[in-house]
Design a binder for this molecule. Sequence first.
Ligand code: HAM
Length: 417
Amino acid sequence: MINIPKGTKDVLPDQSYKWQYVENAAREVSRVYALREVRTPTFEYTELFNRGVGETTDVVGKEMYTFEDKGGRSITLKPEGTAGVARTFIENGLASSPMPLKTFYITPAFRYERPQAGRLREFHQFGIEIFGSSAPQTDAEVIFAASSFLKKLGVKARLEINSIGCKTCRSEYNKTLKNYFAPHLEQMCETCKTRFEKNPLRMLDCKEDNCKKIALSAPRITDCLCEECSAHFKNVKNLLDGQGLQYTVNPFIVRGLDYYTRTVFEFVSDEIGAQGTVCGGGRYDGLIEQLGGSSLPAIGFAAGIERLLIVMENTGAHFPEADKPLIYIAGMDEETRSKAFSVAAELRQKGIIAEIDHMSRSVKAQLKYADKLGAKYVAVIGGDELANGGVNLKNMSDGTQCAVKFGDIYTYLTKGE
Ligand code: HAM
């Protein structure tokens, strides 16, 4: 017996309708926000993530599925969606298309993490990326798109936002942080000591109790933003206020990936335990240039589909039922089974979910099976039916029957549908 790899999950046939429901909601939100789908490969050259996501991040430093292919190239399974979309944007010259370019994707992603509830090694993201606009309206729009997606699914999550500034004010802030942390460094964890050298901002994200306590009194980035970043953040907040979208400013939201600038945000649920962030995103105005493209602003988010499903299941969310056959057509012998086959084929051609016997069951067993499937109508074709050119259609919910010619079954089934 070969088991499923650790940290991965099967989606079984009786569960997949939940996934489709979430994915359909993602597509519907994307449609009304005029986002168009983009699909990028499951694997990329490792260099893309080293440069894009950042070598000091846990994702690149510890969690990537990296291997050498048979041609000796270093390949990595994508740990997130943004870097691949940014690459395709540059590679395909999309900067010359009308701006902004608004995209979305639904993709698997891979991170070698310690699995726990809501944390997998293969997981799935619905993400959006908008290129070309630096306007605060775009930040607000992206946050609204995330919020309406969650609302559509009935997922309650609090919105936390922050601004981590631009290259200029961040490097000043990093110096301020270093000054603050320097006298405490001895008492801090090894990760914080490394981050002190490489990326002090990330020290604010440490989960160790003692480090957290020290970070609590650190200078706040929101007090150290340059004039432009400060005005931008104020505008974003005004736009959210204007629409009555509730949020808190959390100066400890710094995000785990290096490409962010200015606005960052997370939607957090209390329903999953430690892994409560169901959606995270922000601006990344430097990434396109860093990957070899022109200097172009961008912003986006990604929501974890598995985490959303956990929240929805824990809160008893309503998932519309999976589709069931509208009609089950039973046959008795070779000739009538063959008729059932052709009637079903014709109905299927017209878009009706029709089912027939595949197991050589008796009529009684077929009817039992049809009931298990939840078929709305059942028709039994015997010798008389063949001779008469029609069947009795039985409505399984109220037991009523109606004689219908073979050629009229489609019209009968669809008249009240
Ligand atoms: P992220 O915060 O790393 O951001 O991931 C986004 C979401 O993916 C998380 O909020 C979470 O719901 C889900 N997620 C992350 N890791 C796991 C895991 N191991 N198991 C299950 N779910 C997980 C990004 O990936 C950015 N690319 C988002 C973005 C797009 N920023 C701008 N554009």
